[in-house]
Design a protein around this ligand. Structure first.
Ligand SMILES: Nc1ncnc2c1ncn2[C@@H]1O[C@H](COP(=O)(O)OP(=O)(O)OP(=O)(O)O)[C@@H](O)[C@H]1O
Ligand SMILES: [Mg+2]
Length: 212
């Protein structure tokens, strides 16, 4: 299954961002993408996530080509997670019906159990407007638990170039390890720890991918 991108071109209005992208990722493979701020990394990930409609070229993700089908196969984790003003549990399930067992397994894999059980309201703790009551690392791990609970075959990780001060703690890295193990992964990252997992790394430049 994996990912197949061929001759993908994408523009915002008259601003051409992706000129000619071809990329093949085998099922279970972990690849990295680097590039300067504004080169189009998040744009490419959004196309791979089915958040944008292709303008020309092919995007196939785990056998799906239509954006609404692609979305079912993908879980995306961004560095600066914004949580819903709701409980931790609701932030993990996003309203999808799932068993307590699945929710707690996701919490455990995302290194959240100890923290959650230390809270007076546990998993029902309200995380506040814009998730203000939790640290950056905790918010990140809640987003990772959400992605684990979705159980999607393809994982997209987006770390903005401008956010290098994000939480790089060992708990977040362990949570990411649990999320990505055995899955197809495309990771936009500048962190040595994350790129170390990649079997291939590409640089996005002038709207094209170059092997590093
Ligand atoms: N919705 C949009 N409308 C118009 N232009 C956009 C839009 N989103 C992004 N762009 C422009 O497209 C280019 C690529 O943006 P993108 O967010 O993909 O870059 P990036 O490589 O992810 O950057 P960073 O490393 O800072 O996250 C930038 O020049 C940006 O200004
Ligand atoms: Mg970006």
């Amino acid at each position: 299954m994996g990912i197949r991108v061929e001759n993908l071109r994408y523009a915002y209005g008259s601003k051409l961002v992706l000129r000619d992208i071809s990329l093949f990722v085998n099922a279970g493979e972990y690849i990295g993408i680097v590039g300067v701020s504004g080169c189009g990394k998040s744009t490419l990930l959004k196309l791979l996530a089915g958040l944008y409609q292709t303008q020309s070229g092919v995007v196939e993700v785990h056998g799906a080509c239509r954006p609404e089908e692609i979305r079912k196969n993908v879980a995306m984790v961004m560095q600066n997670t914004v949580l819903f003003p709701a409980s931790i549990k609701e932030n993990i399930t996003c309203g999808h019906p799932m068993s307590e067992e699945v929710i707690w397994q996701a919490c455990k894999a995302a290194q959240l159990t100890e923290w959650i059980t230390s809270l007076a309201d546990g998993i029902d703790t309200f995380v506040g407007e814009q998730g203000g009551k939790v640290s950056g690392g905790q918010a990140q791990r809640i987003a990772i638990a959400r992605a684990i609970a979705r159980n999607a075959p393809v994982i997209l990780l987006d770390e903005a170039t401008s956010a290098l001060d994000g939480d790089t703690g060992s708990a977040v890295l362990a949570a990411l390890d649990s999320l990505t193990r055995g899955r197809t992964v495309v990771s936009v990252s500048h962190r040595h720890e994350t790129l170390a997992n990649c079997s291939r790394i590409y640089k996005l430049e002038d709207g094209r991918l170059h092997s590093l």
